[in-house]
Design a protein around this ligand. Structure first.
Ligand code: ATP
Ligand code: MG
Length: 488
Protein backbone atom coordinates (compact mmCIF):
# COMPACT_ATOMS: atom_id res chain seq x y z
CA UNK A 1 0.00 0.00 0.00
CA UNK A 2 2.78 2.33 0.96
CA UNK A 3 4.57 1.98 -2.34
CA UNK A 4 1.30 2.11 -4.21
CA UNK A 5 0.30 5.24 -2.42
CA UNK A 6 3.86 6.48 -3.08
CA UNK A 7 3.17 6.19 -6.81
CA UNK A 8 -0.12 7.99 -6.41
CA UNK A 9 1.64 10.82 -4.60
CA UNK A 10 4.07 11.26 -7.47
CA UNK A 11 1.32 11.16 -10.08
CA UNK A 12 -1.10 13.48 -8.35
CA UNK A 13 1.51 15.99 -7.25
CA UNK A 14 1.13 18.47 -10.14
CA UNK A 15 -2.59 18.84 -9.49
CA UNK A 16 -2.23 19.33 -5.78
CA UNK A 17 0.88 21.32 -5.14
CA UNK A 18 2.31 22.95 -8.25
CA UNK A 19 0.94 26.33 -9.26
CA UNK A 20 1.62 26.96 -12.91
CA UNK A 21 1.91 30.34 -14.54
CA UNK A 22 1.38 30.51 -18.29
CA UNK A 23 4.80 32.14 -18.70
CA UNK A 24 6.53 29.03 -17.41
CA UNK A 25 4.85 26.67 -19.85
CA UNK A 26 6.43 25.13 -22.90
CA UNK A 27 3.50 26.53 -24.86
CA UNK A 28 4.46 30.08 -23.92
CA UNK A 29 8.10 29.47 -24.91
CA UNK A 30 7.04 28.12 -28.29
CA UNK A 31 4.64 31.03 -28.76
CA UNK A 32 7.39 33.47 -27.85
CA UNK A 33 9.75 31.94 -30.41
CA UNK A 34 7.07 32.01 -33.13
CA UNK A 35 6.20 35.65 -32.38
CA UNK A 36 9.83 36.77 -32.22
CA UNK A 37 10.76 34.87 -35.39
CA UNK A 38 7.66 36.15 -37.19
CA UNK A 39 7.45 39.80 -36.12
CA UNK A 40 11.09 40.71 -35.72
CA UNK A 41 11.95 40.24 -39.42
CA UNK A 42 8.87 42.29 -40.39
CA UNK A 43 10.02 45.17 -38.17
CA UNK A 44 13.61 44.87 -39.39
CA UNK A 45 12.60 44.81 -43.04
CA UNK A 46 10.25 47.80 -42.70
CA UNK A 47 12.91 49.81 -40.83
CA UNK A 48 15.46 49.02 -43.53
CA UNK A 49 13.01 49.89 -46.33
CA UNK A 50 12.03 53.19 -44.70
CA UNK A 51 15.59 54.40 -44.00
CA UNK A 52 16.63 53.22 -47.46
CA UNK A 53 13.75 55.15 -49.01
CA UNK A 54 14.76 58.43 -47.28
CA UNK A 55 18.44 58.03 -48.12
CA UNK A 56 17.83 57.13 -51.77
CA UNK A 57 15.30 59.93 -52.32
CA UNK A 58 17.70 62.53 -50.88
CA UNK A 59 20.62 61.12 -52.90
CA UNK A 60 18.59 61.28 -56.13
CA UNK A 61 17.53 64.86 -55.44
CA UNK A 62 21.08 65.89 -54.47
CA UNK A 63 22.39 64.43 -57.71
CA UNK A 64 19.92 66.52 -59.77
CA UNK A 65 20.76 69.66 -57.74
CA UNK A 66 24.49 68.99 -58.12
CA UNK A 67 24.12 68.68 -61.90
CA UNK A 68 22.43 72.08 -62.06
CA UNK A 69 25.13 73.50 -59.76
CA UNK A 70 27.91 72.15 -61.98
CA UNK A 71 26.33 73.75 -65.05
CA UNK A 72 26.17 77.09 -63.17
CA UNK A 73 29.83 76.66 -62.06
CA UNK A 74 31.04 76.04 -65.60
CA UNK A 75 28.94 79.02 -66.83
CA UNK A 76 30.58 81.20 -64.17
CA UNK A 77 34.06 80.12 -65.28
CA UNK A 78 33.23 80.69 -68.91
CA UNK A 79 31.55 84.13 -68.47
CA UNK A 80 32.18 87.34 -66.51
CA UNK A 81 29.03 86.81 -64.42
CA UNK A 82 31.02 86.99 -61.17
CA UNK A 83 32.30 90.41 -62.23
CA UNK A 84 28.81 91.80 -62.82
CA UNK A 85 28.19 90.43 -66.33
CA UNK A 86 25.05 88.61 -67.56
CA UNK A 87 24.60 85.04 -68.83
CA UNK A 88 21.32 83.59 -70.00
CA UNK A 89 22.40 79.98 -69.53
CA UNK A 90 23.28 80.64 -65.87
CA UNK A 91 19.94 82.38 -65.32
CA UNK A 92 18.11 79.44 -66.90
CA UNK A 93 19.87 77.01 -64.53
CA UNK A 94 19.08 79.24 -61.51
CA UNK A 95 15.38 79.16 -62.51
CA UNK A 96 15.55 75.40 -62.98
CA UNK A 97 16.91 75.04 -59.44
CA UNK A 98 14.09 77.25 -58.15
CA UNK A 99 11.57 74.80 -59.62
CA UNK A 100 13.19 71.97 -57.72
CA UNK A 101 11.28 71.15 -54.45
CA UNK A 102 11.61 74.57 -52.79
CA UNK A 103 15.01 74.83 -54.40
CA UNK A 104 17.27 77.86 -53.99
CA UNK A 105 20.44 78.79 -55.84
CA UNK A 106 22.91 81.33 -54.48
CA UNK A 107 26.02 82.50 -56.27
CA UNK A 108 28.77 83.96 -54.09
CA UNK A 109 31.89 85.73 -55.35
CA UNK A 110 35.38 85.11 -53.98
CA UNK A 111 34.69 87.54 -51.09
CA UNK A 112 31.68 85.44 -49.97
CA UNK A 113 29.27 88.13 -51.12
CA UNK A 114 25.98 86.90 -52.57
CA UNK A 115 25.68 88.23 -56.10
CA UNK A 116 22.65 86.12 -57.11
CA UNK A 117 19.94 84.57 -54.95
CA UNK A 118 16.95 82.84 -56.54
CA UNK A 119 14.94 83.90 -53.43
CA UNK A 120 16.23 87.48 -53.91
CA UNK A 121 16.69 88.01 -50.16
CA UNK A 122 20.41 87.80 -49.57
CA UNK A 123 21.88 89.65 -52.59
CA UNK A 124 24.70 91.88 -51.37
CA UNK A 125 24.98 89.95 -48.06
CA UNK A 126 28.19 88.30 -47.02
CA UNK A 127 27.99 84.71 -45.81
CA UNK A 128 30.83 83.66 -43.53
CA UNK A 129 29.86 80.17 -42.56
CA UNK A 130 32.56 77.45 -42.26
CA UNK A 131 30.99 75.62 -45.22
CA UNK A 132 31.35 78.75 -47.47
CA UNK A 133 34.91 79.34 -46.25
CA UNK A 134 35.81 75.70 -46.98
CA UNK A 135 34.10 75.88 -50.36
CA UNK A 136 36.11 79.01 -51.33
CA UNK A 137 39.21 76.96 -50.49
CA UNK A 138 38.10 74.31 -52.93
CA UNK A 139 36.49 71.86 -50.40
CA UNK A 140 33.02 71.04 -51.62
CA UNK A 141 30.46 69.38 -49.32
CA UNK A 142 26.81 68.44 -48.80
CA UNK A 143 25.09 69.43 -45.55
CA UNK A 144 21.79 67.93 -44.44
CA UNK A 145 20.09 70.04 -41.79
CA UNK A 146 17.41 67.83 -40.30
CA UNK A 147 15.96 70.63 -38.18
CA UNK A 148 14.74 72.67 -41.12
CA UNK A 149 14.64 69.65 -43.46
CA UNK A 150 16.99 71.13 -46.06
CA UNK A 151 20.01 69.87 -47.92
CA UNK A 152 22.65 72.40 -49.01
CA UNK A 153 25.27 71.56 -51.61
CA UNK A 154 28.38 73.76 -51.67
CA UNK A 155 30.18 73.78 -55.03
CA UNK A 156 33.45 75.64 -55.73
CA UNK A 157 33.91 77.72 -58.89
CA UNK A 158 37.45 76.52 -59.41
CA UNK A 159 39.41 77.86 -62.41
CA UNK A 160 41.78 75.42 -64.05
CA UNK A 161 45.25 75.20 -62.43
CA UNK A 162 44.13 77.17 -59.36
CA UNK A 163 43.78 76.20 -55.68
CA UNK A 164 41.48 78.99 -54.60
CA UNK A 165 37.98 79.33 -55.91
CA UNK A 166 36.72 82.32 -57.86
CA UNK A 167 33.37 81.93 -56.23
CA UNK A 168 30.94 79.50 -54.69
CA UNK A 169 27.55 78.12 -55.74
CA UNK A 170 25.17 77.00 -52.97
CA UNK A 171 22.22 74.91 -54.12
CA UNK A 172 19.72 73.96 -51.42
CA UNK A 173 16.41 72.15 -51.54
CA UNK A 174 13.72 70.97 -49.13
CA UNK A 175 13.30 67.34 -48.01
CA UNK A 176 9.96 67.98 -46.34
CA UNK A 177 8.00 65.99 -48.94
CA UNK A 178 10.42 63.03 -48.51
CA UNK A 179 9.97 63.17 -44.72
CA UNK A 180 6.18 63.34 -45.10
CA UNK A 181 6.30 60.44 -47.53
CA UNK A 182 8.39 58.46 -45.07
CA UNK A 183 5.99 59.25 -42.21
CA UNK A 184 3.09 58.03 -44.33
CA UNK A 185 4.97 54.86 -45.23
CA UNK A 186 5.90 54.35 -41.55
CA UNK A 187 2.24 54.54 -40.55
CA UNK A 188 1.28 52.06 -43.26
CA UNK A 189 4.06 49.69 -42.21
CA UNK A 190 3.02 50.02 -38.54
CA UNK A 191 -0.55 49.05 -39.40
CA UNK A 192 0.73 46.18 -41.53
CA UNK A 193 3.11 45.02 -38.78
CA UNK A 194 0.32 45.16 -36.22
CA UNK A 195 -1.89 43.08 -38.53
CA UNK A 196 0.90 40.57 -39.12
CA UNK A 197 1.55 40.46 -35.34
CA UNK A 198 -2.09 39.67 -34.62
CA UNK A 199 -2.15 36.95 -37.29
CA UNK A 200 1.15 35.47 -36.00
CA UNK A 201 -0.08 35.65 -32.41
CA UNK A 202 -3.30 33.82 -33.18
CA UNK A 203 -1.59 31.29 -35.45
CA UNK A 204 1.23 30.86 -32.88
CA UNK A 205 -1.25 30.29 -30.06
CA UNK A 206 -3.05 27.61 -32.03
CA UNK A 207 0.17 26.03 -33.32
CA UNK A 208 1.90 26.00 -29.91
CA UNK A 209 -1.22 24.40 -28.46
CA UNK A 210 -1.01 21.66 -31.08
CA UNK A 211 2.71 21.18 -30.50
CA UNK A 212 2.36 20.65 -26.75
CA UNK A 213 -0.80 18.58 -27.07
CA UNK A 214 1.05 15.20 -26.93
CA UNK A 215 2.70 16.29 -23.66
CA UNK A 216 -0.69 17.28 -22.23
CA UNK A 217 -2.16 13.93 -23.27
CA UNK A 218 0.79 12.11 -21.71
CA UNK A 219 0.38 13.98 -18.41
CA UNK A 220 -3.32 13.19 -18.43
CA UNK A 221 -2.59 9.52 -19.09
CA UNK A 222 -0.07 9.43 -16.21
CA UNK A 223 -2.53 11.21 -13.91
CA UNK A 224 -5.34 8.80 -14.71
CA UNK A 225 -3.25 5.60 -14.57
CA UNK A 226 -4.10 4.38 -11.10
CA UNK A 227 -2.45 0.98 -10.78
CA UNK A 228 0.15 -1.35 -12.26
CA UNK A 229 -2.61 -3.28 -14.02
CA UNK A 230 -3.21 -0.38 -16.40
CA UNK A 231 -1.96 -0.79 -19.95
CA UNK A 232 1.55 0.55 -20.52
CA UNK A 233 1.67 4.18 -21.60
CA UNK A 234 2.09 4.79 -25.31
CA UNK A 235 2.97 8.25 -26.70
CA UNK A 236 4.66 7.85 -30.10
CA UNK A 237 3.91 11.41 -31.34
CA UNK A 238 7.41 12.67 -30.54
CA UNK A 239 10.64 10.92 -29.65
CA UNK A 240 10.59 12.90 -26.37
CA UNK A 241 7.08 11.83 -25.36
CA UNK A 242 7.89 8.28 -26.37
CA UNK A 243 10.98 8.34 -24.16
CA UNK A 244 8.98 9.73 -21.22
CA UNK A 245 6.37 7.00 -21.67
CA UNK A 246 9.06 4.30 -21.86
CA UNK A 247 10.79 5.71 -18.74
CA UNK A 248 7.48 5.88 -16.89
CA UNK A 249 6.59 2.30 -17.84
CA UNK A 250 10.03 1.17 -16.74
CA UNK A 251 9.70 2.98 -13.41
CA UNK A 252 6.25 1.51 -12.86
CA UNK A 253 7.49 -2.00 -13.56
CA UNK A 254 10.36 -1.50 -11.10
CA UNK A 255 7.95 -0.27 -8.44
CA UNK A 256 5.73 -3.25 -9.21
CA UNK A 257 8.68 -5.64 -8.76
CA UNK A 258 9.53 -4.09 -5.40
CA UNK A 259 5.90 -4.19 -4.35
CA UNK A 260 5.56 -7.83 -5.45
CA UNK A 261 8.66 -8.91 -3.57
CA UNK A 262 7.50 -7.01 -0.49
CA UNK A 263 4.07 -8.68 -0.65
CA UNK A 264 5.74 -12.04 -1.10
CA UNK A 265 8.05 -11.29 1.83
CA UNK A 266 5.13 -10.34 4.09
CA UNK A 267 3.22 -13.49 3.16
CA UNK A 268 6.35 -15.62 3.70
CA UNK A 269 6.95 -14.03 7.10
CA UNK A 270 3.34 -14.64 8.14
CA UNK A 271 3.56 -18.23 6.94
CA UNK A 272 6.87 -18.90 8.67
CA UNK A 273 5.68 -17.32 11.91
CA UNK A 274 2.37 -19.21 11.80
CA UNK A 275 3.94 -22.66 11.33
CA UNK A 276 5.49 -22.94 14.83
CA UNK A 277 2.33 -21.39 16.30
CA UNK A 278 0.16 -24.01 14.54
CA UNK A 279 2.39 -26.82 15.90
CA UNK A 280 2.13 -25.38 19.42
CA UNK A 281 -1.64 -25.11 19.08
CA UNK A 282 -1.91 -28.76 17.97
CA UNK A 283 0.31 -29.94 20.83
CA UNK A 284 -1.52 -27.87 23.45
CA UNK A 285 -4.97 -28.90 22.11
CA UNK A 286 -4.11 -32.57 22.14
CA UNK A 287 -3.01 -32.29 25.77
CA UNK A 288 -6.16 -30.36 26.68
CA UNK A 289 -8.47 -32.80 24.95
CA UNK A 290 -6.85 -35.84 26.55
CA UNK A 291 -7.94 -36.15 30.18
CA UNK A 292 -5.81 -39.28 30.58
CA UNK A 293 -2.56 -37.62 29.51
CA UNK A 294 0.36 -38.88 31.54
CA UNK A 295 3.15 -36.81 33.01
CA UNK A 296 5.57 -38.25 30.43
CA UNK A 297 3.22 -37.15 27.66
CA UNK A 298 3.04 -33.66 29.16
CA UNK A 299 6.82 -33.49 29.43
CA UNK A 300 7.33 -34.68 25.87
CA UNK A 301 4.73 -32.28 24.44
CA UNK A 302 6.05 -29.37 26.47
CA UNK A 303 9.54 -30.14 25.14
CA UNK A 304 8.14 -29.97 21.59
CA UNK A 305 6.34 -26.71 22.40
CA UNK A 306 9.58 -25.28 23.80
CA UNK A 307 11.41 -26.26 20.58
CA UNK A 308 8.75 -24.51 18.50
CA UNK A 309 9.13 -21.39 20.67
CA UNK A 310 12.90 -21.53 20.05
CA UNK A 311 12.24 -21.80 16.32
CA UNK A 312 9.89 -18.82 16.42
CA UNK A 313 12.58 -16.92 18.32
CA UNK A 314 15.22 -17.72 15.71
CA UNK A 315 12.95 -16.53 12.90
CA UNK A 316 12.10 -13.30 14.71
CA UNK A 317 15.74 -12.51 15.59
CA UNK A 318 16.81 -13.30 11.99
CA UNK A 319 14.14 -10.93 10.72
CA UNK A 320 15.19 -8.23 13.17
CA UNK A 321 18.77 -8.64 11.95
CA UNK A 322 17.65 -8.27 8.34
CA UNK A 323 15.59 -5.19 9.10
CA UNK A 324 18.60 -3.64 10.83
CA UNK A 325 20.88 -4.46 7.88
CA UNK A 326 18.42 -3.15 5.34
CA UNK A 327 17.82 0.02 7.34
CA UNK A 328 20.80 2.30 6.97
CA UNK A 329 24.51 2.08 7.19
CA UNK A 330 24.62 4.68 9.96
CA UNK A 331 24.10 1.86 12.45
CA UNK A 332 27.33 0.15 11.41
CA UNK A 333 30.13 0.28 13.97
CA UNK A 334 33.09 0.60 11.66
CA UNK A 335 36.48 -0.27 13.14
CA UNK A 336 39.80 -1.39 11.77
CA UNK A 337 39.84 -5.14 12.19
CA UNK A 338 42.21 -8.07 11.67
CA UNK A 339 40.27 -10.31 9.30
CA UNK A 340 42.41 -13.37 9.95
CA UNK A 341 41.60 -13.16 13.69
CA UNK A 342 37.94 -12.71 12.80
CA UNK A 343 37.91 -15.86 10.64
CA UNK A 344 39.71 -17.83 13.36
CA UNK A 345 36.92 -16.81 15.74
CA UNK A 346 34.28 -18.03 13.26
CA UNK A 347 36.12 -21.36 12.88
CA UNK A 348 36.46 -21.73 16.66
CA UNK A 349 32.74 -21.12 17.18
CA UNK A 350 31.60 -23.50 14.45
CA UNK A 351 34.20 -26.21 15.06
CA UNK A 352 31.90 -28.18 17.44
CA UNK A 353 29.06 -28.28 14.86
CA UNK A 354 31.54 -29.28 12.13
CA UNK A 355 32.91 -32.10 14.28
CA UNK A 356 29.39 -33.22 15.08
CA UNK A 357 28.61 -33.40 11.35
CA UNK A 358 31.94 -35.08 10.57
CA UNK A 359 33.11 -32.18 8.42
CA UNK A 360 36.73 -31.04 8.33
CA UNK A 361 36.94 -27.27 8.81
CA UNK A 362 40.09 -25.57 7.35
CA UNK A 363 41.29 -22.01 7.32
CA UNK A 364 43.88 -20.74 4.84
CA UNK A 365 45.24 -17.18 5.01
CA UNK A 366 47.47 -15.95 2.17
CA UNK A 367 48.42 -12.70 3.91
CA UNK A 368 47.51 -10.67 6.97
CA UNK A 369 44.56 -8.44 6.16
CA UNK A 370 43.25 -5.43 8.06
CA UNK A 371 40.00 -3.81 6.95
CA UNK A 372 37.57 -1.18 8.16
CA UNK A 373 34.40 -3.15 8.93
CA UNK A 374 31.59 -3.70 11.37
CA UNK A 375 33.00 -6.86 12.95
CA UNK A 376 29.66 -8.24 14.17
CA UNK A 377 28.04 -7.93 10.75
CA UNK A 378 30.91 -9.55 8.86
CA UNK A 379 31.14 -12.38 11.44
CA UNK A 380 27.39 -12.94 11.01
CA UNK A 381 27.69 -13.01 7.20
CA UNK A 382 30.68 -15.37 7.10
CA UNK A 383 29.21 -17.59 9.85
CA UNK A 384 26.06 -18.06 7.78
CA UNK A 385 28.17 -19.18 4.79
CA UNK A 386 30.27 -21.57 6.89
CA UNK A 387 27.16 -22.92 8.66
CA UNK A 388 25.62 -23.67 5.29
CA UNK A 389 28.81 -25.32 4.05
CA UNK A 390 28.72 -27.61 7.09
CA UNK A 391 24.96 -28.14 6.95
CA UNK A 392 24.90 -29.01 3.26
CA UNK A 393 28.16 -30.97 3.40
CA UNK A 394 28.82 -34.69 3.03
CA UNK A 395 28.84 -36.19 6.55
CA UNK A 396 32.02 -38.13 7.32
CA UNK A 397 33.95 -37.19 4.17
CA UNK A 398 33.11 -33.50 3.98
CA UNK A 399 35.45 -30.55 4.19
CA UNK A 400 35.01 -26.82 4.30
CA UNK A 401 37.83 -24.58 3.14
CA UNK A 402 37.81 -20.92 4.23
CA UNK A 403 40.38 -18.77 2.38
CA UNK A 404 41.47 -15.19 2.97
CA UNK A 405 43.29 -12.98 0.48
CA UNK A 406 43.52 -9.28 -0.39
CA UNK A 407 44.89 -6.82 -2.91
CA UNK A 408 45.43 -3.07 -2.55
CA UNK A 409 41.74 -2.25 -2.41
CA UNK A 410 39.73 -5.32 -1.53
CA UNK A 411 39.55 -8.18 0.91
CA UNK A 412 38.55 -11.56 -0.60
CA UNK A 413 37.07 -14.38 1.45
CA UNK A 414 35.87 -17.66 -0.01
CA UNK A 415 33.99 -20.49 1.65
CA UNK A 416 34.22 -23.71 -0.37
CA UNK A 417 32.75 -27.12 0.41
CA UNK A 418 32.50 -30.52 -1.26
CA UNK A 419 28.89 -30.89 -0.19
CA UNK A 420 25.66 -31.60 -1.97
CA UNK A 421 25.90 -28.52 -4.20
CA UNK A 422 22.88 -27.06 -5.91
CA UNK A 423 21.18 -26.91 -9.28
CA UNK A 424 21.07 -23.77 -11.42
CA UNK A 425 17.39 -23.32 -10.52
CA UNK A 426 18.14 -23.35 -6.80
CA UNK A 427 21.17 -21.11 -7.25
CA UNK A 428 19.00 -18.45 -8.88
CA UNK A 429 16.90 -18.04 -5.72
CA UNK A 430 19.16 -18.75 -2.74
CA UNK A 431 19.52 -15.09 -1.76
CA UNK A 432 15.76 -14.57 -1.59
CA UNK A 433 14.26 -14.35 1.86
CA UNK A 434 12.76 -17.62 3.15
CA UNK A 435 13.90 -19.48 0.08
CA UNK A 436 15.08 -22.99 0.84
CA UNK A 437 16.62 -25.30 -1.75
CA UNK A 438 15.55 -28.77 -2.79
CA UNK A 439 12.48 -29.76 -0.83
CA UNK A 440 13.88 -33.31 -0.49
CA UNK A 441 16.74 -32.19 1.71
CA UNK A 442 15.24 -29.07 3.22
CA UNK A 443 12.89 -31.08 5.40
CA UNK A 444 15.82 -33.09 6.87
CA UNK A 445 18.08 -30.07 7.24
CA UNK A 446 16.51 -27.42 9.43
CA UNK A 447 16.54 -23.75 8.52
CA UNK A 448 14.36 -20.76 7.73
CA UNK A 449 15.91 -19.65 4.44
CA UNK A 450 17.09 -16.31 5.83
CA UNK A 451 20.80 -17.12 6.32
CA UNK A 452 22.02 -16.07 2.86
CA UNK A 453 19.78 -12.96 2.80
CA UNK A 454 21.43 -11.90 6.05
CA UNK A 455 24.89 -12.70 4.65
CA UNK A 456 24.27 -10.72 1.48
CA UNK A 457 22.78 -7.70 3.30
CA UNK A 458 25.78 -7.68 5.69
CA UNK A 459 28.24 -7.65 2.78
CA UNK A 460 26.18 -5.10 0.83
CA UNK A 461 26.22 -2.76 3.85
CA UNK A 462 30.01 -2.70 3.40
CA UNK A 463 29.60 -1.94 -0.35
CA UNK A 464 30.89 -5.43 -1.08
CA UNK A 465 29.65 -8.28 -3.27
CA UNK A 466 28.91 -11.95 -2.90
CA UNK A 467 28.81 -14.62 -5.62
CA UNK A 468 28.37 -18.35 -5.78
CA UNK A 469 29.55 -21.24 -7.89
CA UNK A 470 28.11 -24.66 -7.42
CA UNK A 471 27.66 -28.10 -9.01
CA UNK A 472 25.12 -30.61 -7.75
CA UNK A 473 26.90 -33.46 -5.94
CA UNK A 474 30.32 -31.80 -6.19
CA UNK A 475 30.25 -28.78 -3.92
CA UNK A 476 29.76 -25.07 -3.59
CA UNK A 477 32.03 -22.04 -3.32
CA UNK A 478 30.80 -18.66 -2.03
CA UNK A 479 33.13 -15.73 -2.81
CA UNK A 480 32.90 -12.52 -0.84
CA UNK A 481 34.61 -9.22 -1.61
CA UNK A 482 34.53 -5.92 0.26
CA UNK A 483 36.70 -2.78 0.26
CA UNK A 484 39.55 -2.57 2.78
CA UNK A 485 38.67 1.06 3.45
CA UNK A 486 35.04 1.60 4.41
CA UNK A 487 33.04 3.47 1.80
CA UNK A 488 30.27 5.51 3.43
P1 ATP B 1 18.88 -20.59 7.51
O1 ATP B 1 18.06 -19.39 7.45
O2 ATP B 1 18.72 -21.32 8.77
O3 ATP B 1 20.28 -20.35 7.12
P2 ATP B 1 18.88 -22.07 5.06
O4 ATP B 1 20.26 -22.50 5.27
O5 ATP B 1 17.98 -23.00 4.38
O6 ATP B 1 18.23 -21.56 6.40
P3 ATP B 1 20.03 -20.03 3.48
O7 ATP B 1 21.24 -20.05 4.26
O8 ATP B 1 19.49 -18.72 3.05
O9 ATP B 1 18.83 -20.76 4.20
O10 ATP B 1 20.25 -20.87 2.19
C1 ATP B 1 19.23 -20.95 1.20
C2 ATP B 1 19.31 -22.25 0.43
O11 ATP B 1 20.50 -22.28 -0.33
C3 ATP B 1 19.43 -23.47 1.31
O12 ATP B 1 18.16 -23.93 1.68
C4 ATP B 1 20.16 -24.45 0.41
O13 ATP B 1 19.26 -25.11 -0.42
C5 ATP B 1 21.03 -23.58 -0.45
N1 ATP B 1 22.43 -23.56 0.03
C6 ATP B 1 23.00 -22.57 0.75
N2 ATP B 1 24.29 -22.84 0.97
C7 ATP B 1 24.54 -24.05 0.39
C8 ATP B 1 25.71 -24.89 0.29
N3 ATP B 1 26.86 -24.55 0.81
N4 ATP B 1 25.57 -26.06 -0.40
C9 ATP B 1 24.39 -26.39 -0.95
N5 ATP B 1 23.28 -25.66 -0.90
C10 ATP B 1 23.34 -24.50 -0.22
MG1 MG C 1 21.71 -21.12 6.04
Amino acid sequence: MFIRSGVLVIISRPDKTTRYTFFKTLRFRILLIIVVMGILPTILVSTMVLTGYERRAIEDRSETARTHGRVICSGLLRSDYLKGGQDEEIEAEVRAVADLYGGRARILNESACVIRDSYNIEVGHFIFTPEVEDCLKGNEKDVYNRNDSRVSIYLSVLPENSDSAAGCVVISFSTLDIIHGKALLTRQYAVLTALIAVVILVAGYVLSGRLVEPFRKLTQAINTSSSYQDKPLFAPEYVETDQIAVAFNHMLSQVKTVDDSREEFVSNVSHELKTPLASMKVLADSLNSNPDATLEMYQEFMKDISEEIDRENVIISDLMELVKLDGNSEELKIESCDIRGLLELVVKRLQPIAEQSGVDLRLECFRPVTAEIDETKIILSISNLVENAIKYGKPGEGWVQISLNADKSFCYISVADNGIGMSEDVKAHIFERFYRGDKSHSSDIKGTGLGLSIARSGIAAHKGAISVESKPGEGTTFSVRFPLVYVA
